[in-house]
Design a protein around this ligand. Structure first.
Ligand SMILES: *[C@@H]1O[C@H](CO)[C@@H](O)[C@H](O)[C@H]1NC(C)=O
Ligand SMILES: *[C@@H]1O[C@H](CO)[C@@H](O)[C@H](O)[C@H]1NC(C)=O
Ligand SMILES: *[C@@H]1O[C@H](CO)[C@@H](O)[C@H](O)[C@H]1NC(C)=O
Ligand SMILES: *[C@@H]1O[C@H](CO)[C@@H](O)[C@H](O)[C@H]1NC(C)=O
Ligand SMILES: *[C@@H]1O[C@H](CO)[C@@H](O)[C@H](O)[C@H]1NC(C)=O
Length: 318
Protein backbone atom coordinates (compact mmCIF):
# COMPACT_ATOMS: atom_id res chain seq x y z
CA UNK A 1 0.00 0.00 0.00
CA UNK A 2 1.38 3.35 -0.97
CA UNK A 3 0.97 6.17 1.50
CA UNK A 4 1.89 9.57 0.15
CA UNK A 5 4.46 11.52 2.08
CA UNK A 6 2.24 14.46 2.89
CA UNK A 7 -0.30 12.32 4.69
CA UNK A 8 2.41 10.60 6.62
CA UNK A 9 3.39 14.02 7.92
CA UNK A 10 -0.16 14.79 8.86
CA UNK A 11 -0.53 11.48 10.62
CA UNK A 12 2.72 12.02 12.46
CA UNK A 13 1.41 15.39 13.52
CA UNK A 14 -1.77 13.71 14.70
CA UNK A 15 0.18 11.19 16.71
CA UNK A 16 2.31 13.96 18.23
CA UNK A 17 -0.88 15.87 18.96
CA UNK A 18 -2.34 12.85 20.64
CA UNK A 19 0.81 12.37 22.67
CA UNK A 20 0.50 15.98 23.86
CA UNK A 21 -3.14 15.54 24.76
CA UNK A 22 -2.29 12.34 26.62
CA UNK A 23 0.35 14.13 28.61
CA UNK A 24 -2.21 16.68 29.68
CA UNK A 25 -4.95 14.25 30.50
CA UNK A 26 -2.99 11.35 31.82
CA UNK A 27 -1.30 11.43 35.17
CA UNK A 28 -0.28 7.82 34.99
CA UNK A 29 2.41 8.40 32.40
CA UNK A 30 5.91 8.71 33.67
CA UNK A 31 7.62 9.19 30.32
CA UNK A 32 9.73 12.21 29.47
CA UNK A 33 7.45 14.91 28.16
CA UNK A 34 8.22 17.70 25.75
CA UNK A 35 11.93 17.75 26.50
CA UNK A 36 13.18 16.13 23.36
CA UNK A 37 14.99 12.85 23.31
CA UNK A 38 16.63 11.77 26.51
CA UNK A 39 20.40 11.75 26.55
CA UNK A 40 22.04 8.34 26.33
CA UNK A 41 22.92 8.40 30.01
CA UNK A 42 19.54 9.35 31.33
CA UNK A 43 17.96 6.92 28.92
CA UNK A 44 19.98 4.00 30.24
CA UNK A 45 19.39 5.13 33.76
CA UNK A 46 15.64 5.28 33.38
CA UNK A 47 15.16 2.12 31.36
CA UNK A 48 14.62 -0.32 34.21
CA UNK A 49 11.68 1.62 35.65
CA UNK A 50 10.35 3.72 32.80
CA UNK A 51 11.10 1.60 29.75
CA UNK A 52 8.91 -0.77 27.82
CA UNK A 53 8.40 -3.05 30.75
CA UNK A 54 6.87 -0.33 32.90
CA UNK A 55 4.61 1.14 30.23
CA UNK A 56 3.31 -2.30 29.32
CA UNK A 57 1.94 -2.74 32.81
CA UNK A 58 0.45 0.71 32.88
CA UNK A 59 -1.44 0.51 29.58
CA UNK A 60 -4.80 2.06 29.98
CA UNK A 61 -6.64 1.43 26.76
CA UNK A 62 -9.77 3.51 27.45
CA UNK A 63 -7.56 6.55 28.20
CA UNK A 64 -5.51 6.01 25.06
CA UNK A 65 -8.66 5.60 23.01
CA UNK A 66 -10.15 8.76 24.44
CA UNK A 67 -7.00 10.63 23.57
CA UNK A 68 -7.15 9.48 19.97
CA UNK A 69 -10.77 10.42 19.86
CA UNK A 70 -10.07 13.89 21.23
CA UNK A 71 -7.35 14.31 18.63
CA UNK A 72 -9.78 13.34 15.90
CA UNK A 73 -12.30 15.90 17.19
CA UNK A 74 -9.76 18.64 16.70
CA UNK A 75 -9.03 17.36 13.23
CA UNK A 76 -12.68 17.27 12.29
CA UNK A 77 -13.03 20.89 13.28
CA UNK A 78 -9.89 22.05 11.52
CA UNK A 79 -10.44 19.98 8.41
CA UNK A 80 -13.93 21.41 8.08
CA UNK A 81 -12.45 24.90 7.98
CA UNK A 82 -10.01 23.80 5.31
CA UNK A 83 -12.73 22.18 3.21
CA UNK A 84 -14.78 25.33 3.36
CA UNK A 85 -12.13 27.96 3.32
CA UNK A 86 -9.94 28.90 0.40
CA UNK A 87 -7.09 26.89 1.86
CA UNK A 88 -4.48 26.09 -0.71
CA UNK A 89 -4.84 22.39 0.00
CA UNK A 90 -6.12 20.48 -3.03
CA UNK A 91 -9.29 18.48 -2.60
CA UNK A 92 -7.63 15.09 -3.20
CA UNK A 93 -5.32 15.85 -0.33
CA UNK A 94 -8.22 16.55 2.02
CA UNK A 95 -10.01 13.39 0.90
CA UNK A 96 -6.89 11.38 1.49
CA UNK A 97 -6.41 12.89 4.90
CA UNK A 98 -9.96 12.05 5.84
CA UNK A 99 -9.43 8.45 4.70
CA UNK A 100 -6.22 8.16 6.67
CA UNK A 101 -7.77 9.45 9.87
CA UNK A 102 -10.70 7.13 9.31
CA UNK A 103 -8.25 4.23 9.14
CA UNK A 104 -6.68 5.38 12.37
CA UNK A 105 -10.09 5.42 14.07
CA UNK A 106 -10.98 2.04 12.60
CA UNK A 107 -7.80 0.49 13.90
CA UNK A 108 -8.03 2.00 17.34
CA UNK A 109 -11.58 0.66 17.55
CA UNK A 110 -10.33 -2.74 16.50
CA UNK A 111 -7.53 -2.63 19.07
CA UNK A 112 -9.93 -1.51 21.76
CA UNK A 113 -12.52 -4.20 21.05
CA UNK A 114 -9.84 -6.82 20.76
CA UNK A 115 -8.49 -5.93 24.18
CA UNK A 116 -11.75 -5.46 25.98
CA UNK A 117 -13.38 -8.54 24.50
CA UNK A 118 -17.09 -9.13 24.54
CA UNK A 119 -17.40 -7.92 28.12
CA UNK A 120 -17.67 -4.36 26.83
CA UNK A 121 -21.24 -3.16 26.46
CA UNK A 122 -21.85 -1.39 23.20
CA UNK A 123 -23.08 1.80 24.84
CA UNK A 124 -19.77 1.99 26.60
CA UNK A 125 -17.81 1.87 23.35
CA UNK A 126 -19.52 5.01 22.05
CA UNK A 127 -18.91 6.62 25.41
CA UNK A 128 -15.21 5.73 25.41
CA UNK A 129 -14.86 7.07 21.87
CA UNK A 130 -16.60 10.29 22.93
CA UNK A 131 -18.77 10.11 19.85
CA UNK A 132 -21.06 12.98 20.77
CA UNK A 133 -18.38 15.10 22.47
CA UNK A 134 -16.85 16.36 19.26
CA UNK A 135 -20.18 17.76 18.10
CA UNK A 136 -19.86 20.65 20.53
CA UNK A 137 -16.71 21.83 18.82
CA UNK A 138 -18.42 22.58 15.55
CA UNK A 139 -21.49 24.10 14.04
CA UNK A 140 -24.61 21.91 14.12
CA UNK A 141 -26.02 23.87 11.20
CA UNK A 142 -23.07 23.26 8.96
CA UNK A 143 -23.57 20.19 6.73
CA UNK A 144 -19.84 20.09 5.90
CA UNK A 145 -18.92 19.75 9.55
CA UNK A 146 -21.64 17.20 10.22
CA UNK A 147 -20.55 15.10 7.24
CA UNK A 148 -16.97 14.97 8.46
CA UNK A 149 -17.98 14.37 12.05
CA UNK A 150 -20.09 11.43 10.95
CA UNK A 151 -17.38 10.04 8.72
CA UNK A 152 -14.68 10.09 11.38
CA UNK A 153 -16.47 9.87 14.70
CA UNK A 154 -19.71 8.05 14.13
CA UNK A 155 -19.54 5.79 11.07
CA UNK A 156 -17.03 3.29 12.48
CA UNK A 157 -19.17 2.99 15.60
CA UNK A 158 -22.52 2.74 13.87
CA UNK A 159 -22.86 -1.01 14.53
CA UNK A 160 -22.58 -0.30 18.29
CA UNK A 161 -25.14 2.49 18.41
CA UNK A 162 -28.01 1.37 20.58
CA UNK A 163 -31.41 2.77 21.31
CA UNK A 164 -30.47 5.35 23.90
CA UNK A 165 -27.55 6.68 21.89
CA UNK A 166 -29.70 7.06 18.79
CA UNK A 167 -32.38 8.90 20.72
CA UNK A 168 -29.74 11.23 22.09
CA UNK A 169 -28.46 11.79 18.56
CA UNK A 170 -31.99 12.48 17.34
CA UNK A 171 -32.32 15.20 19.96
CA UNK A 172 -29.25 17.14 18.89
CA UNK A 173 -29.94 20.52 17.39
CA UNK A 174 -29.12 19.69 13.79
CA UNK A 175 -30.32 22.06 11.12
CA UNK A 176 -32.44 20.51 8.43
CA UNK A 177 -29.63 20.50 5.92
CA UNK A 178 -27.29 18.93 8.47
CA UNK A 179 -29.87 16.27 9.19
CA UNK A 180 -30.23 15.52 5.49
CA UNK A 181 -26.47 15.33 5.11
CA UNK A 182 -26.42 12.87 7.99
CA UNK A 183 -29.08 10.76 6.28
CA UNK A 184 -27.02 10.67 3.10
CA UNK A 185 -23.96 9.55 5.04
CA UNK A 186 -25.84 6.91 7.03
CA UNK A 187 -27.35 5.51 3.84
CA UNK A 188 -23.96 5.32 2.19
CA UNK A 189 -22.48 3.63 5.22
CA UNK A 190 -25.25 1.01 5.29
CA UNK A 191 -24.15 -0.16 1.86
CA UNK A 192 -20.82 -1.30 3.22
CA UNK A 193 -21.34 -2.16 6.89
CA UNK A 194 -23.20 -5.36 7.66
CA UNK A 195 -25.33 -6.21 10.63
CA UNK A 196 -26.91 -2.85 11.33
CA UNK A 197 -30.48 -2.82 12.56
CA UNK A 198 -32.15 -0.34 10.24
CA UNK A 199 -35.42 -0.35 12.08
CA UNK A 200 -33.59 0.65 15.26
CA UNK A 201 -32.16 3.66 13.41
CA UNK A 202 -35.54 4.59 12.00
CA UNK A 203 -37.42 4.31 15.30
CA UNK A 204 -34.88 5.98 17.54
CA UNK A 205 -33.08 8.50 15.41
CA UNK A 206 -35.08 9.43 12.33
CA UNK A 207 -38.49 9.41 13.95
CA UNK A 208 -37.22 11.24 17.02
CA UNK A 209 -35.43 13.86 14.95
CA UNK A 210 -38.25 14.53 12.50
CA UNK A 211 -41.00 14.49 15.12
CA UNK A 212 -39.32 17.05 17.35
CA UNK A 213 -41.49 20.03 18.05
CA UNK A 214 -38.82 22.14 19.75
CA UNK A 215 -36.14 21.86 17.12
CA UNK A 216 -34.35 25.12 16.31
CA UNK A 217 -35.08 24.70 12.62
CA UNK A 218 -38.16 22.59 11.93
CA UNK A 219 -37.47 23.07 8.25
CA UNK A 220 -37.50 19.38 7.44
CA UNK A 221 -41.27 19.42 7.79
CA UNK A 222 -41.55 21.63 4.76
CA UNK A 223 -42.60 20.09 1.48
CA UNK A 224 -41.20 21.99 -1.43
CA UNK A 225 -41.70 19.91 -4.53
CA UNK A 226 -43.90 17.09 -3.35
CA UNK A 227 -44.13 14.20 -0.95
CA UNK A 228 -41.83 11.97 -2.93
CA UNK A 229 -38.94 14.38 -2.76
CA UNK A 230 -39.56 15.01 0.94
CA UNK A 231 -39.53 11.30 1.58
CA UNK A 232 -36.38 10.74 -0.36
CA UNK A 233 -34.46 13.53 1.35
CA UNK A 234 -35.57 12.87 4.89
CA UNK A 235 -36.37 9.20 5.25
CA UNK A 236 -34.91 7.49 2.21
CA UNK A 237 -34.26 3.78 2.56
CA UNK A 238 -35.95 3.72 5.95
CA UNK A 239 -39.33 4.49 4.45
CA UNK A 240 -40.69 0.95 4.71
CA UNK A 241 -40.31 0.98 8.50
CA UNK A 242 -42.62 3.96 8.87
CA UNK A 243 -46.34 3.83 9.31
CA UNK A 244 -48.36 6.41 7.43
CA UNK A 245 -49.57 7.71 10.77
CA UNK A 246 -45.99 8.42 11.80
CA UNK A 247 -45.24 10.13 8.50
CA UNK A 248 -48.22 12.40 8.99
CA UNK A 249 -47.00 13.26 12.48
CA UNK A 250 -43.63 14.23 11.02
CA UNK A 251 -45.22 16.24 8.27
CA UNK A 252 -48.86 16.98 8.22
CA UNK A 253 -48.78 17.81 4.53
CA UNK A 254 -47.40 14.42 3.59
CA UNK A 255 -49.60 12.72 1.04
CA UNK A 256 -49.37 8.95 0.81
CA UNK A 257 -51.45 9.00 -2.37
CA UNK A 258 -48.65 10.86 -4.12
CA UNK A 259 -46.29 7.99 -3.45
CA UNK A 260 -48.74 5.13 -3.64
CA UNK A 261 -46.57 2.94 -5.84
CA UNK A 262 -43.77 3.08 -3.25
CA UNK A 263 -45.92 1.93 -0.35
CA UNK A 264 -45.43 -1.44 1.30
CA UNK A 265 -48.48 -3.77 1.52
CA UNK A 266 -48.93 -2.72 5.15
CA UNK A 267 -48.79 0.95 4.24
CA UNK A 268 -51.33 0.37 1.48
CA UNK A 269 -53.73 -1.25 3.90
CA UNK A 270 -53.20 1.66 6.23
CA UNK A 271 -53.91 4.12 3.45
CA UNK A 272 -57.14 2.46 2.41
CA UNK A 273 -58.40 2.44 5.97
CA UNK A 274 -57.35 5.99 6.78
CA UNK A 275 -60.58 7.97 7.09
CA UNK A 276 -58.76 11.20 6.19
CA UNK A 277 -57.54 9.84 2.88
CA UNK A 278 -61.06 9.20 1.64
CA UNK A 279 -59.63 6.18 -0.09
CA UNK A 280 -62.20 3.73 1.17
CA UNK A 281 -64.99 5.64 -0.54
CA UNK A 282 -63.05 5.80 -3.77
CA UNK A 283 -63.77 2.46 -5.43
CA UNK A 284 -61.39 3.16 -8.28
CA UNK A 285 -58.56 3.87 -5.92
CA UNK A 286 -59.16 0.70 -3.92
CA UNK A 287 -59.33 -1.31 -7.13
CA UNK A 288 -56.06 0.21 -8.28
CA UNK A 289 -54.27 -0.57 -5.05
CA UNK A 290 -55.50 -4.15 -5.10
CA UNK A 291 -54.55 -4.55 -8.75
CA UNK A 292 -51.15 -3.17 -7.92
CA UNK A 293 -50.72 -5.76 -5.17
CA UNK A 294 -51.84 -8.58 -7.47
CA UNK A 295 -49.51 -7.40 -10.21
CA UNK A 296 -46.59 -7.74 -7.87
CA UNK A 297 -47.36 -11.47 -8.16
CA UNK A 298 -46.27 -12.23 -4.64
CA UNK A 299 -48.79 -13.98 -2.43
CA UNK A 300 -46.83 -12.93 0.57
CA UNK A 301 -47.53 -9.26 -0.23
CA UNK A 302 -51.22 -9.92 -0.45
CA UNK A 303 -51.22 -11.74 2.84
CA UNK A 304 -49.27 -8.91 4.53
CA UNK A 305 -51.78 -6.49 3.15
CA UNK A 306 -54.77 -8.41 4.51
CA UNK A 307 -53.14 -9.04 7.87
CA UNK A 308 -52.62 -5.32 8.36
CA UNK A 309 -56.06 -4.62 6.98
CA UNK A 310 -57.66 -6.87 9.59
CA UNK A 311 -55.49 -5.48 12.39
CA UNK A 312 -56.34 -1.89 11.62
CA UNK A 313 -60.03 -2.63 11.12
CA UNK A 314 -60.17 -4.23 14.54
CA UNK A 315 -58.45 -1.23 16.12
CA UNK A 316 -60.85 1.14 14.41
CA UNK A 317 -63.91 -0.81 15.50
CA UNK A 318 -62.96 -0.88 19.16
C1 LIG B 1 6.20 7.74 38.37
O1 LIG B 1 7.49 7.96 38.87
C2 LIG B 1 7.54 8.20 40.26
C3 LIG B 1 8.95 8.53 40.68
O2 LIG B 1 9.85 8.31 39.62
C4 LIG B 1 7.00 6.99 41.00
O3 LIG B 1 7.02 7.21 42.42
C5 LIG B 1 5.61 6.69 40.53
O4 LIG B 1 5.10 5.50 41.13
C6 LIG B 1 5.56 6.54 39.03
N1 LIG B 1 4.16 6.43 38.61
C7 LIG B 1 3.77 5.48 37.78
C8 LIG B 1 2.30 5.48 37.44
O5 LIG B 1 4.50 4.66 37.29
C1 LIG C 1 -8.93 33.24 2.13
O1 LIG C 1 -7.62 33.70 1.83
C2 LIG C 1 -7.37 35.05 2.25
C3 LIG C 1 -5.99 35.42 1.81
O2 LIG C 1 -5.09 34.38 2.00
C4 LIG C 1 -7.54 35.15 3.77
O3 LIG C 1 -7.33 36.48 4.20
C5 LIG C 1 -8.94 34.70 4.15
O4 LIG C 1 -9.08 34.71 5.56
C6 LIG C 1 -9.22 33.30 3.62
N1 LIG C 1 -10.59 32.93 3.89
C7 LIG C 1 -10.93 31.77 4.48
C8 LIG C 1 -12.38 31.53 4.67
O5 LIG C 1 -10.09 30.95 4.84
C1 LIG D 1 -23.10 27.54 10.86
O1 LIG D 1 -23.24 27.04 9.54
C2 LIG D 1 -24.28 27.65 8.82
C3 LIG D 1 -24.41 26.93 7.49
O2 LIG D 1 -23.20 26.78 6.84
C4 LIG D 1 -23.99 29.14 8.66
O3 LIG D 1 -25.03 29.77 7.96
C5 LIG D 1 -23.84 29.77 10.04
O4 LIG D 1 -23.46 31.11 9.91
C6 LIG D 1 -22.79 29.02 10.84
N1 LIG D 1 -22.79 29.54 12.21
C7 LIG D 1 -21.68 29.90 12.82
C8 LIG D 1 -21.84 30.37 14.22
O5 LIG D 1 -20.59 29.83 12.27
C1 LIG E 1 -31.05 22.68 21.52
O1 LIG E 1 -31.47 24.03 21.53
C2 LIG E 1 -32.37 24.34 22.57
C3 LIG E 1 -32.83 25.78 22.41
O2 LIG E 1 -32.18 26.43 21.39
C4 LIG E 1 -31.66 24.14 23.91
O3 LIG E 1 -32.53 24.41 24.97
C5 LIG E 1 -31.21 22.67 24.01
O4 LIG E 1 -30.47 22.45 25.18
C6 LIG E 1 -30.35 22.30 22.81
N1 LIG E 1 -30.10 20.86 22.85
C7 LIG E 1 -28.89 20.35 22.70
C8 LIG E 1 -28.81 18.86 22.74
O5 LIG E 1 -27.90 21.04 22.52
C1 LIG F 1 -48.80 22.64 4.44
O1 LIG F 1 -49.55 23.12 3.35
C2 LIG F 1 -50.16 24.38 3.59
C3 LIG F 1 -51.01 24.69 2.38
O2 LIG F 1 -50.34 24.46 1.18
C4 LIG F 1 -49.10 25.43 3.83
O3 LIG F 1 -49.69 26.67 4.10
C5 LIG F 1 -48.27 24.99 5.04
O4 LIG F 1 -47.22 25.92 5.25
C6 LIG F 1 -47.71 23.60 4.80
N1 LIG F 1 -47.05 23.17 6.02
C7 LIG F 1 -45.85 22.61 5.99
C8 LIG F 1 -45.29 22.22 7.30
O5 LIG F 1 -45.23 22.43 4.94
Amino acid sequence: MEVPKSSVHILLLLVVGIACISSFTSTTSNTTQGQGLPTPQSSTASTPTNGLHGSCQGVNLPDATRSISTGVDVFVRDLTCKWKGNASLPEEFLIEMEQNIRRLVDSSLKAYLNQQGSSESSANVLEIFGTLDGLNLGNYSDPAFIRLWFSLKMAPLLPYAGESFLVQLGNQNFSCSSYQELMKSVTKELQTIQGIDRKLIYSNFIKVCLSRKNSPEPGCAEIRTGSEEWLQRNIGVFFLFATLQELKEMNKNFSAIEVVDKLSPQQKAELILDPDSGALEDANFVREVLANLKLSGRDEQLSQFFQTFVQISQQVNH
